[in-house]
Design a protein around this ligand. Sequence first.
Ligand code: NAP
Length: 309
Amino acid sequence: MTARKIGLVGLGKIARDQHLPALAANPDLELVAVAGHGASLDGVDGFASLSAMLAARPDLDAITLCTPPGVRHALAAEALAAGKPVMLEKPPGATLGEVELLARQAESAGLTLFASWHSRHAPGVAPAREWLAGREIHRVQIVWKEDVRVWHPGQEWIFEPAGMGVFDPGINALSIVTAILPRPFFLRDALLQVPANRQAPIAAQLRFMDTAGAPVEADLDFLQTGPQTWDIYVETDAGRLTLTKGGSELTIAGESVPVGPAGEYPALYARFAELLDSGASDVDPAPLRHVADACLLGRREAVASFHFP
Ligand code: NAP
């Protein structure tokens, strides 16, 4: 079978760091066009906008959207309306409402929509889910602390209303816990620390409870210097499960568990190729729902202004 032709929109940090190498390594998919403000790449057609790309390349088989979430719905709706399957970077949109409408649009057009959650493809996640399936959960702690100045240098959009602030990385942790815990959980209390000059939180503490009453707590921080922390601890009746380094290392009851090599984005594109073959969609808004709930329920505290260096 010839490789499916992919058009990518939003040639920013994550597109260059992860999507381009993952697409280059996937024999079922071929990047043939990029679109965005001044987007250009050797050997690939470049367009100023998705509309220009769709008009000039009607042969595209699918579109992948790597823009910030605030503009994603309009782009996805346009691509679907042009008859193209779509893959969305995380988070799948700025609101739950728009994601639901996209899912309906894709379904009624019979097109694949893939709302990707790259952290769910970290190698420790699937074995963690399997082990936790038969356990009694006593307590879950998420500690997700990274330096916005390192991972999102100069990205002013991240502190705008649709940017989600510290939930941009925090939603990765929520995408993992919603995938590995055997029971659903819901928000009980949240504190959102919002810089005086910004719209979105720079730190947050969340307290959830699962449907059997076990606490699930998250401590999110966007100003971590030194070692970065992307850890999840699950206390169970059979000991503690620890997923560290964003889900790439797994320890169960004090024993390190061998997991496969890191490869979140190659796995994402393998999944997209599978969905394109079957014509199915994969849209799970659960992590975004928890963020939306935090914005509904959370108490706001003004903290020091934040400026990128
Ligand atoms: P970024 O570096 O700011 O890149 C976003 C790109 O999208 C920029 O090239 C931007 O162009 C372009 N863009 C914005 N609006 C557009 C539009 N309407 N049409 C076409 N292109 C448009 O941001 P990023 O870090 O790559 O993040 C993008 C998404 O990836 C976010 O949802 C983020 O959560 C996710 N993600 C990021 C990381 C990470 O480590 N950075 C990791 C995983 C996932 P201009 O700059 O010219 O506006």
